[in-house]
Design a protein around this ligand. Sequence first.
Ligand code: ADP
Ligand code: ZN
Length: 605
Amino acid sequence: MNPALSVLEQTFGYDSFRGQQHEIIQHVIDGGDAVVLMPTGAGKSLCYQIPSIVRDGTGVVISPLIALMQDQVDALTAVGVRAAFLNSTQDAAEQARVEQAYLAGELDLLYVAPERLSQEQTKRFLSNGRIALFAIDEAHCVSQWGHDFRPDYLALSELADRWPDVPRIALTATATEATHKDITARLQLGRARHFVSDFDRPNIQYRIVSKNEPRKQLLDFIRAEHAGDAGIVYALSRKSVEQTAEFLGSHGVTALAYHAGMDSASRARTQSRFLREDGVVVVATIAFGMGIDKPDVRFVAHIDLPKAVEGYYQETGRAGRDGQPSTAWLTYGLQDVVQQRRMIDSSPGDLAHRRRMSAHLDAMLALCETLECRRVNLLAYFGQTSAPCGNCDTCLDPVTGWDGTVAAQKLLSTVVRLQRERGQRFGAGQLIDILRGKETPRTLQHGHERLATWGIGQELGEQQWRGVVRQLLAKGMLAVNDDGYGTLVTTEASAAVLAGSESVMLRAEPEKATRSRATKAAKKAAADLPESAASLFEQLRVWRAEQAREQSVPAYIVFGDATLRAVAVERPASETDLSTITGIGAKKLESYGAMLLEVVAAHPA
Ligand code: ADP
Ligand code: ZN
């Protein structure tokens, strides 16, 4: 049998390769270089793990995720692969043991942090053993274009000079065209074959809702669709992270905070509970989650607008690695746009840098405001064309557009008049009060009831006006002034709207608090097991939790949900039956086979 296939079956317990895995693996086994772009959860790890096992020597994996190396090694050890890591968390004795094992040719895989590989000493040490291949994980970290640049990655270009005959495979889940080019150039992968996968993650339902009370909206979303599920909530500031975790916690959700301001021990504790316990929600700044290989994250929520589509897609990709239905939920509003524009204006970088950030934000806003399929928009960003997906909010609940030209003119002329007649600038709240003719201490104090546009916008409610302002900002027909107060000013594009030579199509603001059809669709898909299998599945999860606790490893290292599901449905009665189930290879059959059969036998069919 083909050696790659036999490792897949015997060791990992899977019966077939996914997507381009087989081609990639064969190419690397044959000594070729590869650049692999594959979305999160598609199965990048096997692409270097199997060649490392099949080829002579040790596969050296460069990964920035020191905190996860232990889990990666545990997962490999659990299936009988000889793996180890070298990083700064180990004491000298442990390091010496690992080094000894490597030199003796006793390792299939060795994980190394990039900063370590840039040391001459490490390179000399590696040269004394036999290297099967280099795998450069999270390869986008080499690119300054990307969102995760790490200077240590630049030193990896030397690998090509020093070991010209050792195949190198660079892998990432996030690369636009520019990043892809950068990876290839900086890592000297000129002769590599490129494998670019379909970036679609069809099991993730994309939804973007307009923001009014973000924490309450989030809680409602979790309660209605993901009670008891593991999830990640992203927020931009530490304060918001802490408040949101506390809010969820006080409403019965097991929620833990994670941000860069916490000491590393508490961060490690949060990460470890997230991986090891069922149903933990982590509320985090973007620092959390890269490379976290937890397959059963059921939702990723953003309560602040992400800064770029690239990062957003990678973050949402952490949901549903096991292929089961999952949700990517984002809430976004006017304040997000104002705040991010302000952040860009006051950022310390040069003009080119600000332009780049601005372009990133524009793409993100276009995604939020689209009337079309979210997925079509997302995939187009990564250069992939697709048809409407049927599994995003705009597909499930089509939004109507409306001609907002007149509304836009009313708003813009208020801005112009304030500026021209009074030399004043205001933020969205005051402009909306003027348009709606609302007498407040602030409108009266400024005598704004004497403006020609006073009260001319009564046909729209406050929420709808906020939608108009937000969308004009998103379209660049209105701008946030760089005075630091978030006041609004016109732009070049405003002139055409005011002159009537350009019309403005806007997204209708949904009525508040209606539960969409999308919500129902997500729920139904998640409850897809027949009743008796569902209760056996729960039983198996309890058993798995005990095993994980005893061995102090994450539950998924014992078995993934997909495997437990298959066991619950098929009710295997013998070890032979068990060995046909996905995720059960020789080693796991030996470790757990008898116990699994007992759990099944004890459960009434
Ligand atoms: P990535 O690194 O691309 O995010 P992983 O390598 O972590 O993805 O794989 C995601 C999940 O899919 C893992 O649980 C892995 O065991 C599983 N997987 C990968 N390849 C296969 C396959 N050919 N058959 C079944 N499951 C697979
Ligand atoms: Zn869609």
